[in-house]
Design a protein around this ligand. Structure first.
Ligand code: FES
Length: 106
């Protein structure tokens, strides 16, 4: 299982082994990681699962048009490495990935 490190807004770091196919959002919300709201449950319709991809960005598929348009509505600063964590699926390629969670989601 790929191991993902989440850096919460407080700076606290949590490493989680995610089953392949799970989204990074699911991994966070299922393990009590702070900093993800995920109001729409992963439908790419709320932008409250915003994260900053700190590593492995070159191994991710490009964001869809829907994700790109939702990224226009994130509450915290949008950065070049901003993604929606519900759209990022765990795979062996992402083992060791680090994501940082923004200071606010809404
Ligand atoms: S959980 Fe709503 S956009 Fe990701």
């Amino acid at each position: 299982m790929p191991r993902i490190t989440y850096i919460e807004p407080s700076g606290n770091q949590t490493e989680i082994d995610l089953p392949e196919g799970w989204s990074l959002m699911q991994g966070a919300t299922s393990n009590g990681v702070e900093g993800i709201e995920a109001e729409c449950g992963g439908s790419c319709a709320c932008a409250t699962c915003h994260c900053y991809v700190e590593s492995h960005a070159d191994r991710l598929p490009a964001p869809s048009e829907t994700e790109l348009s939702m990224l226009d509505h994130v509450a915290a600063e949008r950065r070049p490495n901003s993604r929606l964590s519900c759209q990022l699926k765990a795979s062996a390629d992402l083992d060791g990935m680090v994501v940082r969670l923004p200071i606010c989601q809404s």
